[in-house]
Design a protein around this ligand. Structure first.
Ligand code: PGA
Length: 254
């Protein structure tokens, strides 16, 4: 069995309600017109206020949706927080955990990310765990050790029965929103490295089945070369996911 192929669009903190609705409509229409293969899982990740209405547009359509973050708490007096249970209760099945923007601007630590992973895994949701090195780490040749700690501090702490439910996204920070993509070779060597870490802890079968997405300036021009790599199972797309035609062109790049 070959691994799942996934293209997820992280809309980040973009678009007002009307434009968000239009984008969802355009993606649905384009996916149908361009006949995106049923083998490719499409996931929309809009801002929280739009989750429910984007979700309602996706009823009966082969596109799923998810959230950009969740609380590390289950429920209660945590003003402003949104729990994994709430997100899943409206039908959103995926939750990003540890995106580099949250690590950087909100100081999210490995301890906090373990809590979030566990909250998502206690629901029917799937965490998409993000990792990736900074430009300084890459320049000083520390990229493998940085990604190794990010994975071992959180993912390798999970129970095997939980680890088999997750998706990993490798997103080098220097490639996010910069227009500079990792080369297909750089992506492949890091994805293979991550898969190897997973295999050492959880065994061959789990590692072989685990989807590892690449993120960082993925667009319709570079997607095919990235997705051709043995260990690259799709993309977590930011900027290019805000244009329906680009997002769908990326989904057709396998
Ligand atoms: P980008 O963002 O495609 O705009 O680089 C990717 C991400 O942050 O998930």
């Amino acid at each position: 069995m070959s691994r799942r192929k996934i293209v997820a669009g992280n809309w980040k903190m973009n678009l007002e309600a009307q434009a968000a609705g239009q984008l969802a409509d355009d993606i649905i229409a384009n996916a149908e017109k361009e006949k995106v293969s049923d083998d490719v899982e499409l996931i929309l990740i809009p801002p929280f206020p739009y989750l429910d209405f984007v979700g309602s547009k996706l009823k009966g359509v082969n596109i799923r949706y998810g959230a950009q973050d969740c609380s590390a708490h289950e429920e209660g007096a945590f003003t402003g927080e949104v729990s994994a249970t709430m997100i899943c209760s409206i039908g959103a099945k995926f939750i990003l955990v540890g995106h580099s923007e949250r690590r950087k601007y909100f100081n999210e630590s490995a301890e906090l990310l373990i809590e979030k992973m566990n909250k998502v895994l206690a629901t029917i949701g799937t965490p998409i765990f993000c990792c990736g090195e900074s430009i300084e780490d890459r320049k000083s040749n520390n990229h493998f050790s940085v990604v190794e700690s990010q994975i071992s501090d959180v993912v390798l702490e999970l129970k095997k029965s939980d680890a088999e439910k997750i998706i990993i996204a490798y997103e080098p920070v220097w490639a996010i929103g910069t227009g500079e993509t990792a080369s297909p070779e750089q992506a492949q060597e890091m994805h293979a490295f991550i898969r190897d870490l997973i295999e050492k802890k959880f065994g061959k079968v789990l590692a072989k089945n685990l989807p590892i997405l690449y993120g960082g300036s993925v667009n319709e021009k570079n997607a095919a070369d990235l997705f051709k790599q043995d260990d690259v199972d799709g993309g977590l797309v930011g900027g290019a996911s805000l244009k329906a035609a680009s997002f769908i062109a990326i989904a057709k790049s396998f």
